[in-house]
Design a protein around this ligand. Sequence first.
Ligand SMILES: [Zn+2]
Ligand SMILES: [Zn+2]
Length: 412
Amino acid sequence: MSKNYYDILELGKDAGSAEIKKAYKKMAMKWHPDKNPDNIEAAEKKFKEISEAYSVLSDPEKKEIYDKYGEDGLKNGDIGENNFTSADEIFKMFFGKQAPFDDNIFFEKRNPVKKSESKVVTIPFSLKECYNGTKKKVTLKIKKICTGCNGLGGKNPRLCNGCNGSGLKILNRHVGPGMIQRIQTVCNVCSGTKNVIDVICVLCNGNKVQVEDKQFILTLEQGINNNDKKIYENNGDQYPCELAGDVIFVMKEDENKLFKRIGNNLVYNHSISLGDSLLGGLISFNDLNDEKIVFKEDNIIKHDSYSIIKNKGMPIKNVVNNYGDLYVTYNIIYPTKNLSVSEKELIKKILPVTNISVSNSEKMYSSKLYNNFSIEELEKKSRKNEYNNFHEARNGFQGMPPGMENMFRGFF
Ligand SMILES: [Zn+2]
Ligand SMILES: [Zn+2]
């Protein structure tokens, strides 16, 4: 059944805009759920009805459609489906920002205010900072409700008459005899902001918010982990009619060229000469704080050997004086210059060498020596060759029946 908006607002069909406003004001005050704590459900229903009726009858275009076609004529718009939030919005726009009664707390509780979006900021930290713990000063530009206009954008804000505070306008386009197409567009009077102001605020230029510098001092405790978050609740941007958002700092560990962190352990790759690897002895390098680490390995150090130094890894977060381990891997540097004949003789005396003889009847192959073999490189090269072979082969298939060509392709 079609709703009678005039009945709802207790008005006659010929009511003018002043009468409609007056009726809405009276009834909205009476039926606002905050005024009816003992009868909330019924009041809310009634309040929605009143707001819906007002949103239609106070808008000349909507009113015209309603008068002609009834509620059904408006169904394409979003007016008929008014929820409490938009009903309340109409109410607030009508009465200005301040609700007309004091027991606002009750109202806020039932309708949690939207929280502005969180600000996410990445904070890079080095392994050294993580090892020692540090503090970081961060200044952010934070949006605040303008103090000059209290977030209204200017003086005397009022509900936009052009769109009745919806920010949208419904235009009727005649597309044929008796046929009207209804198009929803952004209101041209308020540009979709839902209200209009007489004098624009000079402090915020009508933007309703001001930007201010806010300083945060972050404590990065020892052993802080990559992607750890530090959240400052309600310290972020705030927009009108919203709660301030959060500021979320996300810790990002910088890559260290020398040390790699694996959990609480550190891995360090140490280069030693071939001679050192054979003889063993003292090994020394500097830690993250540029302090000298010295230890001794008496045995032969092979290319896949590693040493563990206990408690010289990363500090364990929230556990005082507890550290992971330091793993030392080895990179053995061979001499770049070939040995002389006499040096070779010396080596032969101390290291086992293979003596292979070749007879004149046996074939000797030629070869070339390279450094740094990589199986991935070889695979990449092979794939490239296969691809080239395929394309060469395909050119050779010219003139073959298609079925046969596909059969051959399967081989490549
Ligand atoms: Zn302002
Ligand atoms: Zn408007």
